[in-house]
Design a protein around this ligand. Structure first.
Ligand SMILES: C[S@@+](CC[C@H](N)C(=O)[O-])C[C@H]1O[C@@H](n2cnc3c(N)ncnc32)[C@H](O)[C@@H]1O
Length: 305
């Protein structure tokens, strides 16, 4: 973990940071990285341009109004560029490309290019989770659900449960709603900040969150842990799956690659330096169990006292 955050940036990283601060060069680097991602997607059988074109051609207005909560205010930390999308998560481009991007990024988790990488990541998380739960959960909340990939994985694992996906992006939720229709699913969607969900206390027995915490500064991350504690019944579980700061993959990653990664993930340093175990205990969880899911992801599973 220390290798990621306490070292001064090396010469190459400083040069890269300097280059990325020049807008046309940053735009060129992003378009190259994007072209390479799309090529990798094609190699694993994900037809990225075709999928996006198909989604673009749909009428989104109705789904958007169905899911959007007009009373939501967006925190400043959320209204920044993410993953090379200028408007971050608040854009149609990000929403239409989210699934292709996840399938592509996760295809290399175990080395090589595996079209099943994303499924294996989610299976591995659920296998870890099932070692901790004594009874199957009946009411499940998925925080930071995006277009529903993590939510549908929860529903597949616990088909008897009522499952709700919550996200701050109405664009992602509109695509999630489309996926609900296409896959004949029954997930409920909620447009709200995860730090202030509006649900009643003790209304869930499992709160799950996949791949959201690395996108958060520390203050909202702590607020979300406290909100999850409020939402869980006594004995309920909070389960987080995300990048593993202790993974040797990050410790040994060439600094210039890490610099490029951080240029699209604005809060990565804050995530890597957050003492998640301590933060969970401080808001009323038992000490968590941490289980590696992939060479660079972990599940952090904590029981509400
Ligand atoms: C990388 S995506 C993870 C998607 C999904 N859980 C998965 O496993 O594929 C992170 C999601 O967290 C959402 N998010 C970030 N901050 C949030 C917040 N404060 N409240 C609710 N959702 C948030 C983003 O909008 C985005 O959809």
């Amino acid at each position: 973990m220390t290798a990621l955050t306490t070292k001064e940036p090396d010469f190459v990283s400083r040069v890269i940071n300097g280059l990325l601060s020049v807008k046309p060069l940053a735009a060129f680097a992003k378009s190259r990285a994007r072209a390479m991602m799309i090529q990798r997607a094609q190699r694993i059988g994900v037809n990225w341009p075709q999928r996006v074109e198909q989604l673009q051609g749909l009428d989104w207005q109705e789904r958007f109004s169905q899911v959007q909560n007009p009373d939501v205010t967006y925190p400043a930390y959320y209204q920044v560029s993410f993953h090379a999308y200028e408007k971050g998560d608040l854009s149609w481009d990000a929403a239409w490309e989210a699934e292709c991007a996840a399938l592509t990024v996760h295809s290399t988790l175990w080395g090589g290019e595996d079209p099943e990488g994303d499924r294996k990541l989610r299976d591995s998380y659920h296998n870890a989770l099932s070692t901790q739960l004594s009874t199957p959960p009946q009411n499940i909340l998925d925080l930071g659900c995006s277009t529903g990939m993590s939510t549908f994985a929860l529903q597949d694992r616990y088909p008897q449960a009522t499952v709700t996906g919550l996200d701050l992006s109405p664009y992602f939720l509109a695509v999630a709603q489309y996926n609900n229709e296409q896959q004949q699913r029954t997930v409920n969607w909620k447009h709200a900040p995860a730090e202030s969900t509006g649900f009643s206390p003790q209304s869930f027995d499992l709160v799950s969150s996949c791949l959201m915490f690395h996108e958060l500064p520390q203050a909202p991350a702590r607020a979300i842990l406290a909100e999850a504690q409020r939402l869980l019944r006594p004995g309920g579980y909070l389960a987080l799956m995300d990048m593993n700061p202790r993974s040797s993959v990050y410790a040994t990653m060439p600094p210039y690659i890490l610099t490029l990664l951080k240029s699209t993930e604005p809060y990565l340093d804050q995530y890597f330096t957050l003492d998640l175990e301590q933060a969970l205990i401080e808001v009323g969880f038992e000490p968590p169990t941490i289980i590696p899911c992939t060479p660079r992801h972990r599940a952090v599973i904590a029981k509400r006292k």
